[in-house]
Write a protein that binds this ligand. Structure first.
Ligand SMILES: *Cc1c(COP(=O)(O)O)cnc(C)c1O
Length: 361
């Protein structure tokens, strides 16, 4: 059995330890004679799994008690609708458009109220984070929305926008648990877990309690999109994505063992620096993002020659480096180096890039 170095943007690499443990528990979870996939979500066994997952996440992120943690379904994309439905009390919100995911969220919000784009980096193919220190935010906006790490373009908000007292809502799908964040600076944090935490099918939403309305502000909103109903039912209004939650729980324990999010940040910075340092001195490869906005998680790069890009991706694949092709909308290459990508993976990739550069100079 052999494993490749998987640089996929999502679904993405998971810690081998977690996969092994899950494999060992597949047939018989802790003596109960069945897999977690097969057990009732109303069982004591599963309740313990979800409770522990929530507690470990609270410990890792230092989530205050006045925030609810929800394990939902429908992908991050479904929250593009749930956010305005549950937050647009005044029917208005400000969106910072820094890429496709932010744009999709912005467009979705327009269905439910007035979504205003207060900043954008579309003018330079989303290769930077716009200045958000003095945004023109409507007084009565219910929230300011960002996509914190832009998976496709490889940019990240190293500094949060000045929301001028408005609630901050962040899609953190591709930087979830990659470094510590101050939860109290946000009203809502949410993300699909398939980038940095677990299997597709689970979305985690961390929502300050006072922001959860009795019912969504949109008439006839689907029951499943009511944060209140999800919160009151402990994320089990219906059958939750049980197996996915179980794997997320294991990843949380792995992160704790790795030393928590401070340690993860140091590790991620070290990994990313290996790749960025190489790109900065290479004569063939170059990064596409403004230096100060570079993501620790997603690293897009190009040679400037489409044929050479193709050749690189093909030869890299043959050498055991998978999924380096850039997003279909931007081309080039992208290495996603999430928490579970070992440092050796990045070192070996850079060695391969050096060799490729020499051979194709
Ligand atoms: C992948 C991704 C999404 C979409 O996630 P789905 O779970 O497929 O809906 C949204 N936002 C960001 C930042 C992403 O990386």
């Amino acid at each position: 059995m052999s494993r490749v170095y998987n640089f996929s943007a999502g679904p993405a690499v998971l810690p081998e330890e977690v996969l092994k443990e899950a494999a060992e528990e597949m047939f018989d979870y802790r003596g109960c004679g069945m897999s977690v996939m097969e057990m009732s979500h109303r069982s004591k066994m599963f309740q313990q799994i979800i409770d522990e997952a929530e507690q470990d996440l609270r410990d890792l992120m230092n989530i205050p008690d006045n925030y609810k943690v929800l394990f939902l379904q429908g992908g991050a994309s479904q929250q593009f609708a749930a956010v305005p439905m549950n937050l647009m009390k005044n029917g208005k919100a400000a969106y910072v458009v820094t890429g496709q995911w932010a744009k999709k969220a912005y467009q979705e919000a327009q269905k439910y109220g007035e979504a205003v784009a207060v900043a954008s980096s579309a003018d330079k193919t989303f290769s930077y984070i716009p200045d958000c220190s003095d945004l023109d935010i409507p007084e009565d906006a219910d929230y300011v929305y960002i996509c914190q790490n832009n998976t496709i373009y490889g940019t990240v908000f190293h500094e949060l926008p000045n929301t001028k007292g408005h609630e901050l809502v962040a899609d953190v799908s591709s930087c979830f648990l990659s470094e510590p964040i101050d939860v109290t600076k946000y009203g809502v944090i949410y993300g699909g877990v398939q980038k940095n935490i677990g299997p597709a099918g689970v979305v985690i939403a961390i929502i300050r309690e006072d922001l959860i309305p009795e019912t969504p502000y949109v008439e006839n909103a689907p029951t499943m999109l009511s944060w209140k109903i999800q919160a009151d039912n402990g994320s089990m209004y219906n059958t939750p994505p049980c197996y996915g939650i179980y794997i997320c729980g294991k990843v949380f324990k792995w992160l704790k063992k790795m030393g928590g999010l401070e340690a993860m940040k140091a590790y991620n910075e070290k990994k990313a620096a290996i790749l960025y340092d190489f790109l900065d001195q290479s004569k063939m490869f170059q990064g596409t993002v403004r230096k100060e906005d570079r993501s620790l998680m997603n690293v897009p790069f190009i040679t400037g020659n489409d044929e050479l890009d193709k050749k690189f991706v093909a030869e890299a694949k043959a050498a055991g480096f998978e999924n380096l092709k850039g997003h279909r909308s931007v081309g080039g290459m992208r290495a996603s180096i999430y928490n579970a990508m070992p440092i050796e993976g990045v070192e070996k990739l850079v060695a391969f890039m050096k060799k490729f550069e020499e051979e194709n100079a």
